[in-house]
Design a protein around this ligand. Structure first.
Ligand SMILES: Cc1cc2nc3c(=O)[nH]c(=O)nc-3n(C[C@H](O)[C@H](O)[C@H](O)COP(=O)(O)O)c2cc1C
Length: 169
């Protein structure tokens, strides 16, 4: 048994380096709905929730877990890296999955009702339960590092320029 925290044992890169593999890239868009509101307050990571029908559509292609990719909001041509938690919401007794996107950028306003567009580029890890909130926060910080590393690879970086993310242009 190692004394290292589990996060340090996870790889800093996931997926193929030179190729985005199916079912990615997966394009999703929808107007942001209200989640439970814990994301920003408790975790320190604001999350924007995609509508139920978008999660249902995504569930045809994606495994549950933590994913990464690019995001844009409300026809703004700026594109940001994102990490997304796609999982079963216990509140709905495993009938519905929710897609909750954390954009790696500090915004002053919230996005409720604004159109969120994402391109999911790959899978980072399965969802887990944690002994403490701090352990979850550590893991999310590590997810963000993995996402930034992975998105810097040319095949993944190129997705940032997809016209889907720049609808106003
Ligand atoms: C990148 C990322 C990874 C996450 N990983 C997990 C996880 O492994 N296990 C878990 O219980 N919650 C995880 N969460 C937290 C929840 O899925 C959710 O985002 C949080 O509870 C806020 O929900 P709310 O917006 O409905 O309030 C993760 C969130 C993010 C942004």
């Amino acid at each position: 048994m190692s004394n290292q925290p589990e996060t340090q044992q996870r790889p800093l890169f996931v997926g193929k380096d030179d190729e985005v593999e199916a079912p990615y890239p997966l394009k999703l868009k929808g107007n942001v709905i209200k989640g439970f509101g814990r994301g920003g307050k408790e975790l320190g990571f604001a999350t924007a929730n995609l509508p139920e029908e978008v999660s249902q559509y995504a569930g045809q292609f994606l495994e549950s877990g933590i994913l990464y990719g690019w995001a844009s909001v409300n026809s703004n041509p700026l594109v940001y890296p994102m990490v997304m938690s796609f999982g079963w919401n216990p509140y709905y007794k495993n009938e519905k999955r929710s897609a909750e996107v954390h954009i790696m950028h500090k915004f002053d306003e919230d996005f409720y009702d604004k159109e969120l567009r994402v391109i999911v580029a790959g899978f980072i890890r399965d969802e887990r339960t944690y002994p403490s909130l701090d352990a979850l926060i550590d893991d999310i910080n590590f997810d963000i590092k993995v996402a930034n590393n992975c998105l810097a690879r040319p095949a993944y970086n190129a997705l940032k320029d997809d016209p889907f993310l720049k609808p106003s242009q």
